[in-house]
Design a protein around this ligand. Structure first.
Ligand SMILES: NC(=O)c1ccc[n+]([C@@H]2O[C@H](COP(=O)([O-])OP(=O)(O)OC[C@H]3O[C@@H](n4cnc5c(N)ncnc54)[C@H](OP(=O)(O)O)[C@@H]3O)[C@@H](O)[C@H]2O)c1
Length: 297
């Protein structure tokens, strides 16, 4: 299969590209800079130069290939609305181009924000309302394209932590804050469960999502759920720092805007994903990666 990958030079994309190529696929990767293009060439991928906001270019990429993996995203927290709009515009451009075919387009979303207090399944949908976070609005749009036009859109809801050496996300920030505060804090009793997946397992899931495409499918990318207190203890052990509970009302002061995230948890079922896609995670656990120095060495 020839696969168009946006975000191909990013943390997850740069694992997805070799995963696809090693499985015998060809990759056309979107690159907006020389360094992104060079990364892709190292992996023997073909390069399409340009920006994801150029919708004609995205259509061209989709037209030239058999499948689209859309991983590009602007993670600047000060531009969340614009980022969400650009993401949905990209999805619309792909869906318009692929309508009437069985060529899949797969977008990225997240597990945090799903219902709590019970296991959240792949079938859980978000109700359309104004305040819905941008990622979930993109999910609704993907579902709509599948339902109304039969487009093979699907969504990979990834764990908030895709871990390993080079991770730029929540755990990297958590470790930096723990160093700065001299304590590895968890919020409340720290029993909130944090879904996690290794980068290699996430890359495999993306490959499977296009090898066994289903219109309107949602895939759950979580290999495990780790209590936040266990994460704090692993970081405390690694950095030789005390570990302590933080009252929810004091969390903002210590963690800033990240407090909301570190207090969240979700129990995401992956049963349907494993069954349909035959996905079996095999990468290291988050606690192994922390113990092995992925966040500290
Ligand atoms: N990492 C996680 O733990 C995690 C968890 C849940 C969901 N996700 C989602 O999974 C997807 C991939 O995440 P990631 O961690 O790989 O993100 P990342 O490392 O930030 O990579 C983002 C990619 O998007 C590209 N990009 C951003 N704006 C662009 C633009 N205007 N035009 C062209 N390319 C653009 C970047 O290109 P440059 O290389 O040129 O900057 C980069 O390749 C994202 O949708 C993310 O939100 C990630």
């Amino acid at each position: 299969m020839r696969v168009f990958v946006t975000g191909a030079s990013g943390w997850i994309g740069s694992a997805v590209v070799p995963e696809l190529i090693n499985a015998g696929h060809q990759v056309l990767g979107l690159a907006r800079s020389d360094s992104a293009a060079a990364t892709l060439e190292t992996h023997r991928a073909e390069v399409l130069r340009g920006d994801m906001r150029d919708l004609d270019l995205l259509r061209e990429g989709a037209r030239k290939t058999d499948a689209v993996l859309h991983l590009a995203y602007n993670h600047d927290f000060s531009q969340m609305e614009q980022a969400g709009r650009a993401d949905r515009d990209a999805l619309t451009a792909f869906a318009e181009e692929l309508a009437g075919s069985d060529r899949p387009v797969v977008i990225a979303s997240g597990l945090l924000g799903l219902p709590v207090g019970r296991e959240a399944t792949e079938e859980d949908l978000h109700e359309a309302h104004e305040g819905l976070p941008p990622r979930f609005r993109a999910e609704l749009l993907a579902k709509e394209w599948a339902r109304e036009r039969g487009v093979y859109t699907s969504v990979v809801r990834l764990a908030p932590t895709v871990h390993g050496v080079g991770d730029w996300g929540f755990i990297t920030s958590y470790v930096a804050i723990a160093r700065q505060l001299g304590t590895a804090f968890y919020i409340g009793d720290g029993s909130n469960r944090w879904p996690a997946i290794s980068r290699a397992d996430a890359a495999t899931l993306y490959r499977l999502s296009i090898e066994r495409p289903r219109a309107g499918a949602v895939l759950h990318g979580a290999a495990e759920h780790v209590a936040f207190r266990d994460i704090a203890e692993a970081v405390g052990r690694k950095l030789d720092l005390p570990v302590a509970s933080l009252a929810p009302e004091a969390a903002q002061e210590k963690f800033g805007a990240l407090a909301t995230f570190y207090a969240l948890g979700v129990a995401a079922s992956t049963a349907a994903t494993r069954e349909h896609y035959g996905w079996e995670p095999s990468g290291p656990t988050l606690l192994q990666d922390i113990a092995d120095g992925a966040y500290t060495d």
